[in-house]
Structure formats: structure tokens, C-alpha cells
Design a protein around this ligand. Structure first.
Ligand SMILES: NC(=O)c1ccc[n+]([C@@H]2O[C@H](COP(=O)([O-])OP(=O)(O)OC[C@H]3O[C@@H](n4cnc5c(N)ncnc54)[C@H](O)[C@@H]3O)[C@@H](O)[C@H]2O)c1
Length: 225
């Protein structure tokens, strides 16, 4: 999908269109990008068996009725309707729609985990390769400023050698997500307590600036509406 075309003098952005498969929590989150940045992204079709979730999408993204489907199974009977498909069904329901959609020619944004077995992961990979479409798996925390800061600090050696990682995922406000994880890390290496405390402080600052940025964006989006 060549959505960004560069020339020697300027960069122009073409709007990317998407179908959303699975209008649950994650599908809705990704689709919100179209509401925040309508000049860049547009949701033009939805496939979702739950009527109220489908209608929510239809209303919020001004989708034509004939492009609202009661599941991926009916969507894939149509020719390609958009540049890409966002597959946000439950874990065990990733492989079948992704393979079909890739064959139709959709570039794929696939929620993690890619699939529940290695065989299914390979099937998805091969289908996308054969169809010549792009496949991106949504490991979104890799792009989250606190997670990037965490990696930067570990790579820099600031907290010493990492001897143990105890990865927990507290289900709460995501702005507090990484501190417990890092606490486990900094207790690992000997003689690095002070550096560990500095590292914690850096992560905390990254989290606060992310929170501030999120609040500012939400405020700006609110003012625009
Ligand atoms: N919620 C999270 O914070 C989170 C975080 C990371 C990854 N994920 C992953 O994202 C995926 C979706 O999670 P979620 O929380 O949005 O789940 P969800 O249950 O809210 O959404 C899944 C949606 O798929 C729909 N669906 C079921 N059968 C379908 C079909 N045949 N065709 C089209 N849609 C169909 C369901 O009705 C539902 O609306 C999962 O793989 C999950 O592991 C979720």
C-alpha cells in the first residue's frame, strides 16, 4: 500500500481506506483514528455479527448500509472494498478471515496474537506472501513512549545486566502499566540500585508526558467536535 508518496520537493499523503472485521474493543480503537484524522484514514466497511456494534460503526463512520456485513464470511464474498482490512476478531478467529482477505488483495492489520498455533501463523504469513499484500501485527506497545524508553534504558546498560524479567500485566490504568515491570528489572542486577532509581524516574517522566499528550489530544479533538 503506497500511502505516502515522496517527491524531491514535497511529501503527499493519500487517504487510506479500511474495512474493520470485528467491531469490538480493538476494532473500535483502531477505527477511531479515522475520526481523529479524517484526512488520512477512512473506515468504509464493517463486518460484525453483533447488530448494535455494527450499527455503532455505521453511524460513527457514515458507512453505506450495503457495506455493513454480519461477519467476515459475507464480507469476503465481495470484491475488495478498501486498501486494507483490520482484523480484530478473537484470537482463535484470526487465521480464516486473514487468509481470505489477503487472497482478495487487502493489506492486513492483524491484532495480536497473530494466531493461536505456529501452523496458523505460517498459514497467514504464506497467504500474505503469495498475495503480495502487507501484513502488520499490532504489537502496539512497541511504539508506546514508556516502552520505548524502557528498551532504550536497558540497551544503554544503565541498569546493568538484566538477570530476571517478571512480566506481569496489571489490568488497570495503562499509564501505571510499566512501573511494576521495571521494578522487577532493577532489583535484578547487583550494584545498580542508584541507576535503577534513575531509570524508574525516566520511565515515570515518559509516562507523564504520554498522559499529558493524550489529554491534550483528547482536549483538542473535543474542541474540534
Ligand atoms: N482488548 C485489549 O486490550 C486487547 C489488547 C491486545 C490485543 N487484543 C486482541 O485483539 C483481538 C480482539 O480483542 P477485543 O478485546 O477487541 O475483543 P472483542 O470481543 O471486543 O471483539 C471481537 C469482535 O469480533 C466479533 N466477531 C465474532 N465473530 C465474528 C465474525 N465471524 N466476523 C466478524 N466479527 C466477528 C465479535 O462480535 C466482537 O465484536 C483479540 O485477538 C485480542 O487478544 C485485545
Amino acid at each position: 500500500m503506497n500511502c505516502i508518496e515522496s517527491t524531491s520537493t514535497k511529501t503527499s499523503h493519500r487517504k487510506v481506506t479500511a474495512v474493520v472485521v470485528g467491531a469490538g474493543n480493538r476494532g473500535k480503537n483502531y477505527a477511531n483514528y479515522a475520526i481523529q484524522f479524517p484526512e488520512l484514514f477512512d473506515v468504509v466497511a464493517v463486518a460484525e455479527p453483533r447488530r448494535h456494534a455494527r450499527e455503532y460503526f455505521q453511524h460513527n463512520h457514515s458507512i453505506e448500509t450495503e457495506k455493513c456485513f454480519d461477519g467476515w464470511e459475507t464480507l469476503v464474498l465481495q470484491p475488495r472494498l478498501a486498501d486494507c482490512a483490520i482484523v480484530a476478531t478473537q484470537d482463535q478467529d484470526h487465521v480464516k478471515p486473514t487468509v481470505k482477505l489477503a487472497k482478495i488483495g487487502y493489506h492486513i492489520l492483524l491484532e495480536k496474537p497473530m494466531a493461536v498455533t505456529e501452523e496458523d501463523c505460517r498459514t497467514i504469513y504464506e497467504a500474505c506472501q503469495e498475495a503480495g499484500v502487507m501484513l502488520a501485527v499490532c504489537h502496539v506497545l512497541r511504539y508506546h513512549p514508556p516502552a520505548r524508553k524502557l528498551k532504550e534504558l536497558i540497551d544503554s546498560g544503565l541498569i546493568g545486566e538484566v538477570v530476571n524479567i517478571n512480566h506481569t500485566e496489571p489490568v488497570e490504568d495503562s499509564t501505571t502499566l510499566l512501573i511494576p515491570l521495571l521494578e522487577c528489572l532493577v532489583t535484578g542486577g547487583s550494584g545498580h540500585q542508584r541507576n535503577g532509581a534513575e531509570a524508574l524516574r525516566s520511565i515515570e517522566l515518559a509516562q507523564h508526558s504520554t498522559l499529558h499528550e493524550t489529554q491534550r489530544s483528547a482536549h483538542e479533538a473535543g474542541s474540534r467536535n
